[in-house]
Design a binder for this molecule. Structure first.
Ligand code: NAD
Length: 436
């Protein structure tokens, strides 16, 4: 039986998109996702002092604002979540919320993390004898791990993380010779860990050069973190056989054709990037990790896979989604801090698993639409608002132009900015004729 809190969430999410902003804020407060202070901050426009921007980046001239919304109806690993999303693209939040409701009513979302270590790379561009270097690395591994944990990563060690091991890889140079690349594996606990692992690698440069008598050419983390993978699984029961087959076919298309895979994965990241932005995380790092992992067998493929298993449709997402709930600007940017609170996450692992789940659900929504009504219907319906504003409609003209564009869309199945401009022109001409 659903707990009181869970029941409360689904009730409070009912009709959420139809509410005005004040009512939405009140509902989120009732759910415990926002405090009174949070509500006042958002109501006042989530204003962040410019002095803070000066601390984040260089040559500051202002702030760039994105809309912040919440995706509703998500129940992940049996727990209801409010999902904050900062994004400019119409229909992402609507599609996520609608699909999450469909999943809540017909299936389940489970997630897990496989491995916890991030990777730092130490490159020796030209090795005279790779085998000898590899032996020396193994000989000194424990000593270097201990020293790095003592001198650089003591904070992580005290939290149960820190540097765990060091491997060495042979990478062909393409000129018949090889480079040696040391991989330093560390558990960054609740940080994304880029700065920490970079410092560890820089620290190890001296000892590595001393022991190997080789020149270290650079030290930097890798964003292809295949040692810290996040998985999400969606199971859907009771769907029509034909729909399941269509979604399976669409998934095969994205597995086999890189042109389709690119757009499929963009759709998955539609669910992930807005959460990363809302929580102050480095979305470029996650994008790089996801795309490089999608190419792990030498060919760019879909990062999700949907298959029929007896009477169920099962979807899986697996990729590195390396992020933090501390570090970077996650706890410095007031809106990011608020969004982390709204998600009620306590660890980086929890947030990463939520991102994977939302990405997979977003993908399911897109595949369902693409294989049934097509993407235009939902997307363009919502995009009409942007077209209306883009055409230059004034506040009082918006409802009329929107209504007329909806009619054109349902009649012709397509719509563009020129339609909006035309409709607005007609409206203004009509109004001018009506004037005495
Ligand atoms: P950070 O440099 O802010 O370090 C995190 C700090 O949090 C550490 O000092 C750590 O001791 C502390 N901490 C407190 N509580 C902790 C906990 N529970 N778990 C772990 N650490 C805890 O942040 P970072 O995560 O090392 O680096 C992230 C930043 O690095 C991001 O801003 C990212 O944009 C940037 N970056 C990314 C790349 C890349 O992805 N290629 C490269 C360079 C820098």
């Amino acid at each position: 039986m659903a707990s009181k809190v869970e029941r409360n969430f689904s009730e409070l999410f009912q009709g959420f998109s139809k509410l005005d902003r004040e009512e939405r804020l009140a509902r989120l407060q009732e759910m415990g996702a926002l405090s009174g202070e949070d509500v006042r901050f958002l109501r006042a426009g989530a204003h962040v002092p410019i002095e803070l921007a000066e601390k984040f980046i260089e040559n500051v001239v202002g702030f760039f604002q994105l809309p912040l919304g919440v995706a509703t109806n998500f129940e992940i690993d049996g727990r209801s979540r409010v999902i904050p999303m900062a994004v400019e693209e119409t229909s992402i939040i609507a599609a996520a919320s609608k699909t999450a409701k469909w999943v809540r009513e017909n299936g389940s979302i489970t997630t897990e993390m496989r491995g916890h270590e991030i990777i730092g790379q130490i490159q020796i561009a030209k090795v005279s004898d790779f085998g000898h270097v590899a032996e020396l690395v193994k000989l000194h591994e424990q000593e270097w791990v201990t020293a790095a944990n003592r001198d650089v990563a003591a904070g992580l060690v005290s939290r149960g993380g820190g540097v765990k091991r060091i491997d060495v890889r042979r990478v062909e140079r393409g000129d018949g010779k090889a480079m040696a690349v040391l991989h330093v594996f560390a558990d960054p606990c609740d940080a994304m860990g880029a700065n920490i692992i970079n410092q560890v690698c820089e620290y190890l440069k001296g000892p590595v050069e001393l022991a190997t008598q080789e020149k270290v050419t650079m030290c930097i983390l890798s964003n292809l973190v295949d040692s810290r993978l996040t998985r999400a699984r969606v199971e859907m029961l009771g769907l029509e056989a034909e729909l399941m087959e269509r979604i399976e076919e669409a998934s095969l298309f994205a597995q086999q054709d890189p042109y389709r895979a690119a757009t499929n994965n963009k759709g998955v990241l539609n669910g992930i990037d807005p959460i990363l932005i809302a929580t102050g995380n480095d979305w470029r790092a996650v994008e790089a990790g996801v795309h490089s992992y999608a190419t792990r067998d030498g060919r760019y493929r879909s990062i999700t896979c949907w298959k029929r298993e007896q009477n169920r449709l099962v979807g899986v997402f697996e990729a590195p989604v390396v992020l933090g709930v501390v570090g970077g600007v996650t706890t410095l940017h007031p809106t990011a801090k608020l969004c982390l609170k709204m998600l009620q996450v306590k660890s980086a692992e929890e947030l990463s698993r939520i991102c994977a789940a939302v990405g997979l659900v977003q993908n399911l929504g897109a595949l369902r639409a693409l294989t049934t009504v097509g993407i235009i219907e939902g997307h363009m319906k919502l995009h009409i608002k942007n077209l209306t504003l883009g055409a230059g409609a004034l506040e009082r003209e918006v409802p009329f132009v929107q209504k007329r564009l909806e009619e054109i869309l349902s009649l012709h199945k397509r719509i563009s900015l020129s339609n909006a401009i035309e409709v607005l022109k007609e409206l203004r001409a009509e109004r001018a004729r009506e004037l005495p």
